[in-house]
Design a protein around this ligand. Structure first.
Ligand code: SF4
Ligand code: SF4
Length: 474
C-alpha cells in the first residue's frame, strides 16, 4: 500500500442541506490526513510535542491492563499516527518525503495499522491520569479516520454508517418496522398496566423529541418502555420520529468527521420539523456526546432553536422534584452501576443516573473506582458492535471490568449505554457470572408508580427486566 487513498465515494452521493461548504472543503483538499490533523489539533500537538514517555497512561489503560505488551501500549499506538502526521503535516516531513519518498505503509502494514486503531477503546481514562493531559482517544480517532479513508474500517461499522446514510439508523430498519415495533410495545404497556400509555410517533408540535439508540426500539425495549412511563407520569407532550429514531453515530466511532456531522444533521433537521423545545437523547453515550458537545454547543450549525439534554438529566430532575414516584421495593435485589465512558468521562453525567437508581432500587452499592474515572467495560469505541473483536473484548479489553464484576456481590449491574450493556451482557454470558445487566430506565420501568395502574402486574414488574420483555422481534 502506498500513499493513503481517498475514499469519498460514499460521501459524494450525499450532500446534506447545510453541509455544502463542508463537502467542497472535503473534496478540494487532496490530502485527507492533513485536513483531519488540522481538525484535531490540540491533543495531537500536545502528544507530538510534550509526551514524556512516563508510561502512566499505560498503567491506567484497560487494554494495556488486559495485555501488557508493546502492541497494546497507548504511546506506541499513538506513535504510529504521529509518524504519519509528521510526514504529511510538517514542512520538514513534506520536504523529506519529496526528496526521499516512502510509502505510508509496506505490504500488510495498513491492515495491521487498522487493527491497532481498533485496539483502543477511546475511553479517555489515559487523559485523566496523564500528567500533561494527553488524550490518546483523540489520536486514535485521527488514526481511525485514515483507516476509514483506506476503506479498512471494520465491516460492521462501515455497514452501520452506510445504513445511517440510507435510512437514518444503523440497523437499516424501515419506517414500517419502527412503527410496528412501537405499536407492539404500546399493546404490551396496556396489557401490563391497564393504562393507555402512548408512544407517539411523528407528532408535530410536540415539546419533547425523544431519540434513543435503535437497539432500544428494536431489540431491548425496556428502556423505551421506562421512558414512555416517565413521560406519561410527567404529563409530557412528547414524540419519537419514524424517520429518525436512532441517535447512535458511527461517524464519531470511525473518525469520519463528515459522516459524524451528516448523521447528526438528520436529527437536527427532524427536531426542527417537529418544532420541539427539547431533544432528549436516550441511553447511548457517544450519541449524546456528539449532540451535546458539537451540535448543542453551536459548533456546527450555530445556536439551535431547541435544547438538547439526556434522559438521565430529564428523569433525575423529575425524581428530585417529586414529579414522578419510584418505588424502590419493586427492585429489591442488590444493584450496582457501571458508568459509560462517554456519559461519565465525556459528558460528566455521573450524579444523575445514581439519583435515579437510588430512588428506583432498595439496595444500591457502588463498584470500586466508580464515577468519571471508572474502568471501561472493554467494548468502548464501537468495539462492542464488532463480533470480530469478541475474543479481544472478553480476554483483553474487558479483563479489568470482569474482575470488578467478579468482586461485587451485586445481583444487578445497571449501565447507561447500549454499547456497555452489550459488552457487559457478553462478559456475564461468556464467564457465566450470576449478574443481570440492565439499562437505567429499565429499572425505572419496573419501579415507577403510575396512578390507576393494574396492581397485580405492578407487583410483578421486576420479572419484566433484563431482556425478559418481548420486543416486536420476539
Ligand atoms: S501519561 Fe502522558 S506523558 Fe506519560 S507516556 Fe502517557 S501520554 Fe506520554
Ligand atoms: S483511550 Fe482508553 S483504551 Fe485508549 S489508550 Fe486511553 S486508556 Fe487506553
Amino acid at each position: 500500500m502506498g500513499e493513503v487513498d481517498v475514499n469519498t465515494e460514499r460521501d459524494k452521493k450525499y450532500i446534506p442541506p447545510g453541509m455544502v461548504g463542508a463537502y467542497f472543503r472535503r473534496v478540494a483538499d487532496p490530502d485527507p490526513f492533513v485536513r483531519d490533523i488540522q481538525d484535531e489539533p490540540s491533543a495531537f500537538m500536545l502528544y507530538a510535542d510534550i509526551c514524556t514517555k512516563c508510561g502512566v497512561c499505560a498503567e491506567e489503560c484497560p487494554v494495556y491492563y488486559g495485555q501488557p505488551s508493546a502492541r497494546m501500549h497507548p504511546v506506541e499506538r499513538s506513535r504510529q499516527v504521529v509518524q504519519l502526521y509528521r510526514k504529511h503535516a510538517t514542512w520538514w516531513g513534506r520536504l523529506k518525503n519529496l526528496i526521499w519518498p516512502k510509502p505510508d505503509f509496506e505490504e500488510e502494514d495498513a491492515e495491521l495499522f487498522a487493527q491497532r486503531m481498533y485496539e483502543c477503546l477511546t475511553c479517555r481514562r489515559c487523559a485523566v491520569y496523564c500528567p500533561v493531559g494527553i488524550d490518546h482517544s483523540v489520536i486514535t480517532r485521527v488514526g481511525r479516520s485514515l483507516v476509514d479513508y483506506m476503506g479498512l474500517t471494520p465491516p460492521a461499522l462501515a455497514q452501520g454508517t452506510d445504513n445511517s446514510f440510507e435510512t437514518g439508523n444503523l440497523e437499516g430498519a424501515s419506517t414500517e418496522a419502527m412503527i410496528d415495533s412501537v405499536e407492539f410495545l404500546e399493546e404490551e404497556l396496556n396489557e401490563e398496566t391497564g393504562l393507555d400509555i402512548p408512544i407517539p410517533i411523528d407528532k408535530e408540535g410536540a415539546d419533547i423529541y425523544f431519540v434513543p439508540p435503535s437497539g432500544d426500539v428494536l431489540v431491548y425495549a425496556e428502556n423505551l418502555l421506562g421512558m414512555a412511563k416517565v413521560f406519561y407520569a410527567a404529563g409530557a407532550n412528547w414524540t419519537m420520529s419514524s424517520r429518525a429514531f436512532d441517535g447512535a453515530n458511527f461517524g464519531f466511532t470511525t473518525g469520519n468527521n463528515f459522516s459524524m456531522r451528516f448523521e447528526a444533521k438528520h436529527y437536527i433537521d427532524e427536531a426542527e420539523k417537529i418544532g420541539c423545545k427539547t431533544m432528549v437523547m436516550g441511553e447511548c453515550g457517544h450519541a449524546y456526546r456528539v449532540m451535546k458537545h458539537m451540535a448543542a454547543a453551536g459548533l456546527w450549525w450555530g445556536t439551535l432553536p431547541f435544547e438538547i439534554t439526556s434522559a438521565f438529566e430529564y428523569t433525575a430532575e423529575l425524581v428530585e422534584a417529586g414529579t414522578i414516584e419510584l418505588d424502590p421495593n419493586r427492585n429489591d435485589e442488590k444493584v450496582t452501576y457501571h458508568d459509560s465512558c462517554q456519559f461519565a468521562a465525556g459528558c460528566n453525567i455521573v450524579d444523575e443516573p445514581r439519583t435515579i437508581l437510588k430512588a428506583a432500587c432498595s439496595d444500591f452499592e457502588e463498584m470500586d473506582g466508580a464515577g468519571a474515572t471508572q474502568w471501561c467495560c472493554g467494548g468502548g469505541g464501537g468495539l462492542s458492535a464488532l463480533r470480530s473483536a469478541h475474543d479481544f473484548r472478553m480476554d483483553i479489553s474487558g479483563k479489568k471490568k470482569l474482575e470488578q464484576l467478579q468482586a461485587t456481590d451485586a445481583e444487578v449491574v445497571s449501565t447507561s449505554c447500549l454499547q456497555c450493556r452489550t459488552q457487559l451482557k457478553e462478559l456475564v454470558r461468556h464467564y457465566k457470572l450470576p449478574q443481570k445487566v440492565t439499562g437505567v430506565h429499565e429499572m425505572v420501568y419496573s419501579s415507577i408508580v403510575l396512578k390507576g395502574e393494574n396492581p397485580l402486574n405492578a407487583e410483578d414488574a421486576p420479572r419484566l427486566r433484563s431482556g425478559e420483555t418481548p420486543s416486536a422481534e420476539g
